[in-house]
Design a protein around this ligand. Structure first.
Ligand SMILES: Nc1ncnc2c1ncn2[C@@H]1O[C@H](COP(=O)(O)OP(=O)(O)OP(=O)(O)O)[C@@H](O)[C@H]1O
Ligand SMILES: [Mg+2]
Length: 508
């Protein structure tokens, strides 16, 4: 049998770590092939090797049976290999079309012809159901849209083999459905897809085969029809994983976060949060369930001071914080795991250690009369790296060199460790492997049991249902209902999120 892609015995090292150690991956034509492994296992690295971004120290790559030397992404493109990266690589003040043709501009007598390119983009987007406006600017479109642009970019270059690095981590459930349809169309045309995802359900649903890697080493390849999520989890982590969270009944105490009649406007001055009331008590996890775009992001930005409040009031521990600066609000006792870890979470060029004291570096013991005490900073970092299993060669490594999931773990470690009285966790397990999710979930419950108020925002209904003590449904900028997860089904919750009303007993 001839494979479209064969990677044999690939080895790739980074300072202090062997990211890929003798890995083999064989992809058949027309299949969706999953690449599964823990955070830091070496998946993105392996795909960056295939895409020509990294040169392996050892190993051989064959495309359609021919040995090739993929020295850079242009070579990969010529061989029909395209990649949609874990963190997008788009130019934000360029339009969709400009981004797509960047590096491969069509020329008419040496001039760039945007119109022709836009037409081709439109054709491609119709053919594969990738709806985008070719003239929209990247900064004005949603993350889901941006991803479509990345996909179009690979198709525009004639990709036959598409690498998707965790495409669904940043998508809403509806967008995931659409992406799956798009992938089905692509393979129906004979294209082949390598899909990285931590969501075992997705692998079961859409993939034909799955290659598992663990700590840089290949574990094997299985037929998806002959396996199940438990076995996949065990293969990747090397132990059994519990998907259900164990927790006691909550013992809620005083109100920590109190929001009254809050109005927050978005970039276009539209009230995204529109008269919202909410209370979160010490010792409870309050989950916010809602379809993306109903004011969740603006609500978090409003509470944390990242966005100005139009009207209404926010109190934390009885103290009004409505118009305080982000730092002042942080100091009143807020921890924030942000949904966009690159924008608000990390300074990528700083070391892991420096990132871990990002909120506290100016305080004792990390700073004394304005002088940073690096030995204290790195001592703290070292302890947190161990506790949260952040996989990094050392605390001095720049955050940029960490795998996506390990960057997320570093942020969580920093925010939880400060023991804030209010912990805001926005999509906290986005991009984490099943083992890490298990750990973070138990950590959030531990914080709750220590008497913290936890505000959880997540698109994963499973996560909301499993973790929350109460669920507040957000719709068009308001909390429309607060339900008890114990007597609510996912269907009922879905209905409420779509703006439906709950049928109450005894009400006709
Ligand atoms: N540019 C780099 N410089 C140094 N180390 C790196 C670099 N890129 C990756 N690494 C290291 O190589 C290892 C594998 O990282 P990789 O990004 O491939 O993991 P991954 O399997 O994609 O994980 P995740 O699921 O978290 O995205 C990690 O230990 C990471 O810190
Ligand atoms: Mg990765």
């Amino acid at each position: 049998m001839e494979y479209v892609i064969e990677m044999n015995g690939i080895r790739k090292e980074f300072p202090g770590i062997v990211a890929n150690d003798n890995i083999t991956l064989q992809v058949k034509q027309g299949e969706i092939h999953a690449l599964l492994g823990e955070n830091g296992a070496g998946k993105s690295t392996l795909m960056n090797v295939l895409f020509g971004l990294y040169q392996p120290e050892k190993g051989e790559i064959k495309v359609k049976g021919q040995p090739v030397n993929i020295t850079d992404p242009n070579v990969a493109n010529r061989l029909g290999i395209g990649m949609v990266h874990q963190h997008f690589m788009l130019v934000h003040n360029f339009t969709v079309t400009e981004n797509i043709i960047l590096g491969s501009e069509p020329t008419k007598a040496g001039k760039i012809n945007i119109k022709d390119a836009a037409k081709k983009v439109e054709e491609l987007s119709k053919r594969y159901g990738l709806a985008v406006d070719p003239y929209a600017k990247i900064e004005d479109i949603s993350v889901g849209m941006q991803q479509r642009v990345e996909i179009l970019k690979t198709l525009y270059r004639g990709a036959e083999i598409l690498i998707f690095d965790e495409p669904t981590a940043v998508l809403t459930p509806q967008e995931i459905k659409e992406l799956i349809q798009i992938m089905d169309k692509l393979v129906a045309e004979g294209k082949s897809i390598i899909l990285i995802t931590h969501k075992l359900k997705e692998i079961m649903e859409v993939c034909d085969r799955c290659t598992v890697i663990r700590k840089g080493k290949g574990i094997g390849t299985v037929n998806v029809s002959e396996t199940n999520p438990d076995e996949l989890a065990a293969l990747m982590v090397g132990r059994e994983v519990h998907f259900k969270v164990d927790k006691e009944l909550a013992q809620p105490k005083d109100v920590v976060l109190e929001i009254k009649d809050l109005v927050v406007t978005d970039a276009r001055n539209i009230a995204s949060v529109n008269g919202l009331d909410l209370e979160v008590k010490a010792g409870e996890i309050l989950g916010i369930a809602g379809v993306d775009g109903n004011g969740q992001s603006e609500l978090i930005e409003g509470i944390t001071g990242l966005r100005k409040i139009k009207s209404g009031a926010i109190k934390i521990n009885g103290k009004e914080t409505t118009h305080l600066s982000t730092r002042k609000i942080t100091e009143t006792g807020i921890g924030h795991i942000p949904e966009d870890r690159h924008k608000h979470g990390l300074v990528l060029d700083y070391s892991v250690g420096e990132n871990i004291v990002l909120q506290t570096y100016y305080q004792k013991p990390y700073s004394n009369s304005g002088i940073l005490n690096y030995s204290k900073i790195y001592e703290k970092a070292k302890a947190l790296i161990a506790e949260y299993d952040v996989r990094t060669p050392s605390e001095y490594t720049p955050a940029r060199a960490l795998s996506g999931g390990n960057q997320q773990k570093a942020i969580i470690a920093r925010e939880v460790d400060r023991s804030p009285s209010l912990l805001i966790a926005a999509q906290p397990t986005r991009g984490l492997d099943v083992g890490a999710i298990e750990f973070i979930h138990s950590k959030l419950i531990e914080e709750r049991d220590k008497g913290r108020a936890v505000l959880l925002i997540s698109f994963e209904l499973d996560e909301i249902m499993n973790l929350s003590d109460r669920i507040a449904v957000i719709y068009e900028g308001k909390i429309v209902d607060v339900v008890d997860p114990k007597d609510t089904t996912e269907q009922e919750l879905g209905l409420l999120m779509a703006g439906g009303k709950r049928e109450r007993e005894g009400v006709s």
